[in-house]
Design a protein around this ligand. Structure first.
Ligand SMILES: Nc1ncnc2c1ncn2[C@@H]1O[C@H](COP(=O)(O)OP(=O)(O)O)[C@@H](O)[C@H]1O
Ligand SMILES: [Mg+2]
Length: 526
């Protein structure tokens, strides 16, 4: 038996005891002495019921918290699995809405609605089971009137469900749009579109309000129906019992018990009715979550592989063909990199150099050919383990709101202050104070500074594979030379692919490979 069910049964017990006490005091003029055991029992039952209620709330809350945690973890895993290429095609606001709001909407359903439903399926029957033997007429009235409750709930509920779904779809759209506008605020201002966007947000909010009100109207209507039905039913029971009491055909004690129990009988159903909207909300939210978790993406997580990366591994591209859907980018590219070999990859802009790194990061899947890591297909490796061993500097690295220190520490969570300072120095990022604030997406920093902070992250890791995308592209010649020195240090003993279109950056690399036309065109010695 659950806490909630125990509380329900204790409630019936408590009502029975109260009816007996009042009956004894009023009609039998009983002294307090003989009633003491009854009082004690009533107090005991009340205390137990309080304990059971607390227990029920606690369990419900912790269940809800667990479910929310698991769902959020699944969402985060999904976001990770999608990778940056697929994510670029989604709205950040929508993802945030699903992971935060939609998951939160399940809370009321799990913590309140489900326990109440369990009680509502037990308590009314328990009350009926006690009432019928006492007085079948009152029992019949309770049963007959209760039949109207589900009917009215279903009629109203269907309507409300449909509106709720529309409400949630609208809300998701609105969050996405709002975030877009916020992120592009400077662009919006530059093009003088602020007023139009404000009007747009205003319109969306207004629509949202109207829809919310219509959902609420339905909710109020349904709770009004519930109130009305239960009030009428209790009145009928009271009148029938009253007349029979008057004629002396019914004893006071059962009549009083029935009058006390009847409101409780309807209260459980009514509470369920008021919580019904949280169920509808949760259903709509759950659909969105499911859609997101199962949503179509070009990328699916690889099976857990048993292949472990020996460090540093050999990497072999064999006849790799890849396109982003449109024109082909790689058309049968083959490249073998020996363990610990450092390769500089160069070629004109748009040649597909960054794409080669994306494939190695498993952000996208090749369409033909294979990439082998120590002879095993890249897809057969556990993705988490593979990425653990890879240090990647993107062409446009992401910096987060916080300090320079926070951003460098992303390289390794537990890094000490000394490690961070050393990493900053190695990446030649130490002209920026570690305490300097960084805005969202690296605002307040130059592109070159942002890239060196991102590079500093890599010095905190101990990778077996290093992938660098134009690490010196935004630096002056002097800084570039210094960073190139540091990179030589970073990549020592690691299988390395360094993308660059500056020949100087290839200094210290073992081989310079030139890309063009979707294949490797040739090899030079740096
Ligand atoms: N996410 C993407 N979606 C569609 N096309 C892309 C995407 N990323 C790159 N491309 C296209 O693929 C080609 C190769 O891009 P990229 O690998 O970034 O070249 P590189 O790094 O050598 O300049 C380019 O023509 C580019 O327009
Ligand atoms: Mg590139």
């Amino acid at each position: 038996m659950t806490f909630g069910e125990a509380a329900g049964i204790l409630l019936v017990l408590q009502t029975g005891l109260l009816a007996r006490i009042i009956n004894a005091v009023i009609f039998h003029h009983s002294a307090v002495g003989p009633l003491l055991p009854l009082f004690a029992a009533a107090l005991g039952v009340i205390a137990l019921r309080a304990a059971a209620t607390i227990g029920a709330r606690r369990t419900a809350a912790s269940c809800a918290a667990r479910v929310k945690n698991q769902l959020r973890a699944a969402c985060v895993a999904r976001i990770e699995g999608m990778g940056p290429l697929a994510l670029a095609g989604t709205r950040a606001g929508e993802i945030a809405h699903v992971t935060v709001d939609a998951v939160e909407a399940l809370d009321a359903y799990i913590a309140k609605y489900l326990p109440q439903r369990a009680i509502a399926t037990l308590l009314p029957f328990t009350i009926l089971a006690v009432v019928f033997p006492l007085d079948w007429i009152s029992g019949l009235v309770l049963v007959l009137t209760a039949v109207f409750l589900p009917v009215s709930m279903i009629v109203i509920g269907d309507q409300a469900h449909e509106r709720n779904q529309r409400l949630w779809a609208r809300l998701a759209l609105m969050s996405g749009r709002f975030l877009d506008v916020l992120q592009g605020l400077s662009t919006v201002r530059i093009f003088g579109a602020a007023r139009r966007e404000t009007a747009e947000i205003e319109r969306a909010s207004r629509e949202h309000r109207v829809l919310t009100m219509s959902v609420l109207r339905l909710a109020f209507l349904s709770s009004f129906m519930l109130e009305l039905i239960s009030a009428v039913s209790i009145a009928i029971v009271a009148v029938i019992s009253g007349f029979r009491l008057l004629h002396g055909t019914m004893a006071f004690s059962p009549a009083y018990f029935i009058l006390l129990a009847a409101p409780e009988y309807f209260l459980t159903l009514r509470t369920l009715g008021t919580l019904y909207h949280s169920r509808m909300e949760a259903m709509s939210a759950a659909e969105q979550i499911q859609e997101f978790l199962e949503g179509g993406s070009s990328f699916t997580a690889a099976p857990r592989g048993s292949v472990r990366i020996t460090r540093p591994p050999a990497i072999a591209f064999r006849e790799v063909v890849f396109s982003y859907g449109g024109a082909p980018v790689l058309t049968g590219l083959s490249l073998r990199i020996a363990p610990g070999e450092r390769v500089a990859l160069t070629g004109p802009s748009g040649a597909g150099k960054s794409t080669v790194l994306s494939l190695l990061n498993r952000f996208a899947r090749l369409q033909q050919g294979t990439i082998e890591i120590d002879g095993a297909p890249l897809e057969s490796l556990d993705m988490g383990e593979w990425r653990q061993g890879v240090a990647w500097l993107p062409q446009r690295p992401t910096l987060f709101h916080g300090t320079v220190r926070d951003n460098i520490r992303l390289g390794r969570g537990g890094a000490s202050e000394a490690d961070i300072a050393r990493a900053a120095a190695l990446a030649r990022a130490d002209e920026i104070p570690l305490d300097a604030p960084v805005g969202e997406s690296g605002q307040g920093l130059s592109t070159g500074q942002a890239q060196r902070i991102a590079l500093a992250r890599l010095f905190l890791r101990s990778p077996s594979v290093v992938l660098l995308d134009e690490p010196t592209a935004h630096l002056d010649a002097v800084s570039a030379a210094l960073v190139t020195e540091s990179i030589k240090e970073l990549t020592r003993g690691c299988t390395t692919v360094l993308v660059t279109h500056r020949p100087e950056a290839a200094a210290g690399m073992d081989r310079l490979v030139v890309m063009g036309g979707g294949v490797i065109e040739g090899t030079l010695t740096p």
